[in-house]
Design a protein around this ligand. Structure first.
Ligand code: HEM
Length: 334
């Protein structure tokens, strides 16, 4: 079985010099507030701290463009960007807190996309998604247990290792790490999924639950294993600005609508593929931010930065994210 979860193979593979294995201090982690313990675990797994960098999704590229809604978008939600075109700021990323992770490394998938819709008057709302259609665990406590098990399963760990035991008792995590995720040709040829559900309410007061999908207009295309082995370490980060310089890079923003009975609070459960997909609009990327280091450092995306017409579900993973992102953000500003 090829384990390709972000950070997992990294820590199980012996001799990966850039990121030495650190065995998590479980009793210390247990005494910390959960968001701090999660960020500490991510930091240790990435051989950090890496000053000025995100504890997760450290490597990224920041670009700009516009979102233009369809007419149908306003039938779902009264949020203003579903009724008028707005500028967007978009960060594509590799997971883990390893700042120099090669883009084609198995640990660099699933990749991330963070989209900020910039509304008049300085308000904004974010979507923060992954190139995977499910999360490995259903709670933040289990995410900490997962990260801790990975850290304790380095070379020399007694069999069955903690991560083998964890995967044996968490089928969704096993499925996540064994799903093949070939290196994409480009960020422009990769699909992203919101995973966490939100409750959308339109101007008539009608509410529906849904999950975002962000689909590349250029279609989904991956590299062969041979091409991935030869790919330059920063090929994804370098490709996107080059493509944008030649013409707009476009994505469709969709929402998969839940039917009654579909769990809206469990990010490990993929809803059936026949659920209706509503087309919300087009993201058209046309510019690259000049000062990447300073701009990325100063930005914190937040999946719960929402506007009237969009509310969180009671998914515990979704609700845990902003506090952890805040810990990581405040540390990188120090
Ligand atoms: C309990 C679960 C999770 C934890 C503890 C966690 C933790 C983190 C942390 C600490 C960061 C760095 C934030 C910053 O410094 O600005 C981050 C970034 C990110 N996370 Fe999560 N995460 C979780 C779940 C998820 C899920 C479910 C998704 C997608 C559906 C996701 C997608 C991302 C993306 C795309 C970024 C990069 C954002 C950017 O470009 O600034 N994460 N995560």
């Amino acid at each position: 079985m090829k384990l390709s979860v972000a950070g997992l193979a990294l820590w199980l593979a012996a001799g990966w010099a850039a990121a030495p294995l650190v065995v998590a201090d479980v009793p210390a982690a247990a005494q910390q507030p959960l968001p701090v313990a999660l960020v500490d675990a991510l930091t240790k797994l990435s051989g950090g701290p890496h000053p000025g960098m995100r504890a997760n999704h450290a490597k990224g590229v920041l670009v700009t463009g516009r979102f233009t809604p369809t007419k149908a978008a306003a039938t779902l939600s009264k949020a203003p960007h579903f009724a008028r075109s707005v500028p967007v700021l978009v960060r594509f990323s590799d997971p883990t807190g390893v700042p120099n992770l090669p883009d084609a490394d198995p640990n660099a998938s699933p990749h991330g996309i963070a989209i900020r819709f910039q509304l008049p008057g300085g308000t904004s709302t974010d979507i923060v998604s992954l190139s995977a259609n499910a999360f490995p665990v259903a709670t933040p406590e289990d995410f900490l247990a997962f990260l801790t098990a990975v850290a304790q399963s380095g070379p020399g760990a007694a069999k069955p290792t903690p991560i083998e035991r964890f995967l044996g008792s968490h089928p969704a995590a096993l499925k996540f790490v064994s799903t093949p995720r070939p290196a994409p040709e480009s960020f422009a040829t990769l699909a992203f999924y919101g995973i966490n559900a939100f409750k959308f309410t339109n101007a008539g007061g009608v509410s529906r639950y849904g999950r975002y999908q962000i689909r590349p207009a250029a279609g989904e295309h991956a590299l062969s294993d041979a091409a991935a082995a030869k790919a330059a370490p920063d090929y994804l980060m370098d490709d996107l600005p080059r493509r944008i310089a030649k013409g707009p890079v476009k994505f469709r923003l969709l929402v998969q609508l839940a039917q009654p009975g579909d769990p809206v609070n469990d990010p490990t459960v993929v809803w059936p593929a026949d659920r209706k997909l509503l087309e919300l609009g087009t993201i058209s990327l046309t510019g690259t931010v000049k000062d990447q280091v300073a701009e990325q450092k100063a930005l914190m995306f937040n999946p719960l930065s929402l506007l009237a017409g969009i509310e969180p579900s009671d998914d515990p993973v979704l609700l845990a994210r902003p506090a952890a992102y805040g810990v990581s953000f405040s540390r990188r500003l120090q």
